[in-house]
Ligand binder design. Structure first.
Ligand code: SF4
Length: 339
């Protein structure tokens, strides 16, 4: 089905629903596609005669599977649109199928525009799930212009070569020593900023939706974020009571890491408690007024991207090591959830 600039293989879902005879099906879609939800539901209902229940909860990524809640509504199958699967989230409570939403935007113009921004000759190409099918075209353009392109597989949480998530840049980090810079295909700054902070290599972002290229904006954002992180670490140095945050979303859960963080805090005679939550927000944490510092083992982007929303410093486990002098600021690393 072609919808709102995306190609979505809904037929794959309808085949499974019909074959298995599912009568009640849950649907999870990203925010950007919610305005088109009627078309998707009508298609699924017409093809399968199943009742479709749309999950209205925000869906932040493949880590964020709604089917625990949907189980209470006797949902037998979940169609999760817009992300590729992360191991451990498929078929968790209810059988789930992940259907990528492939952008139909032509990447050519944005990539051609990016050529004058590229640094060096060896270019690592990465993209979000929506643009992975265009990476061959990107490679061709680079090769025609005498660049050498490298597209790498990622770890187990990464479905296809060249794909990056906001918390997993393994497809870039695997080739970080082989490339002079990275070319990111996709929109926004969320993914390329994470890659820039992780890889410490130049990142050029080509946006096929706006045909714009970002380089300076990313570098400026990186400096702002690093200043904020330095401040957060400094503000946590005198903290006495810590909250260790665990995400209830299955693809964000890092219980082992939470235990390690607790051990480190115990070793430094700091009081701490483990706090589990589904959707983190300043409001949901405001009751913990005595806590001086939160250490997030949930989505790493909570500490980085939402930092200014919180009155109490939120830091990552890597940053906690800097707080206690177990790591130098010069060795700062972006917290990733790797498979
Ligand atoms: S943990 Fe955060 S960055 Fe990673 S997939 Fe989930 S929402 Fe995205």
């Amino acid at each position: 089905m072609q919808i709102a600039g995306y190609s979505i293989d809904l037929e794959r879902a309808t085949q499974t629903i019909k074959k298995k005879g599912y009568k009640t099906v849950g649907l999870q879609i990203p925010e950007g596609l919610k305005r088109n939800v009627f078309k998707i539901v009508e298609f699924l209902e017409k093809e399968t005669h199943a009742t479709i229940i749309v999950s209205a909860d925000p869906c932040f990524g493949a880590c964020d599977i709604a089917n625990n809640e949907l189980k209470n509504l006797d949902v037998e199958f979940v169609v999760h649109i817009g992300h590729t699967p992360i191991p451990g989230t498929e078929n968790l409570w209810i059988p789930t199928t992940f259907i990528n939403a492939l952008s139909t935007m032509d990447v050519t113009k944005a990539v051609e525009k990016s050529l004058s921004f590229l640094e060096g000759k060896r270019i690592g190409i990465v993209a979000t799930a929506q643009h992975l099918h265009s990476l061959g075209a990107v490679e061709n353009i680079l090769q025609k212009n005498n660049f050498e392109s490298i597209i790498s597989a990622g770890d187990e949480r990464i479905s296809e070569k060249g794909q990056i998530l906001g918390c997993d840049f393994s497809a870039g980090m695997n080739i970080v020593d082989e490339v002079d810079c990275f070319l990111f295909i996709g929109s926004g700054t969320f993914h390329p900023l994470g890659l820039l902070l992780s890889s410490k290599k130049p990142v050029i972002a080509a946006d096929p939706y706006t045909n714009t290229v970002k380089k300076q904006e990313l570098d400026e954002l990186k400096d702002i974020i690093l200043r904020q992180r330095y401040g957060a670490i400094a503000n946590s140095k005198n903290a006495k009571e810590f909250g260790i945050l665990i995400g209830l979303k299955r693809g964000q859960q890092r219980m082992d890491l939470a235990h390690k963080v607790k051990e480190m805090l115990d070793a430094f005679n700091k009081k701490s408690l483990i706090i589990a939550m589904d959707n983190f927000s300043p409001v949901s944490l405001q009751g913990f007024g005595n806590i001086d510092c939160f250490v997030s083992t949930a989505c790493p982007r909570i500490a980085i991207d939402d930092y200014l929303q919180y009155k109490t410093p939120i830091i990552t486990p890597v940053e906690l090591e800097i707080v206690f002098g177990k790591r130098k600021w010069e060795d700062y690393g972006f917290d990733q959830i790797l498979g």
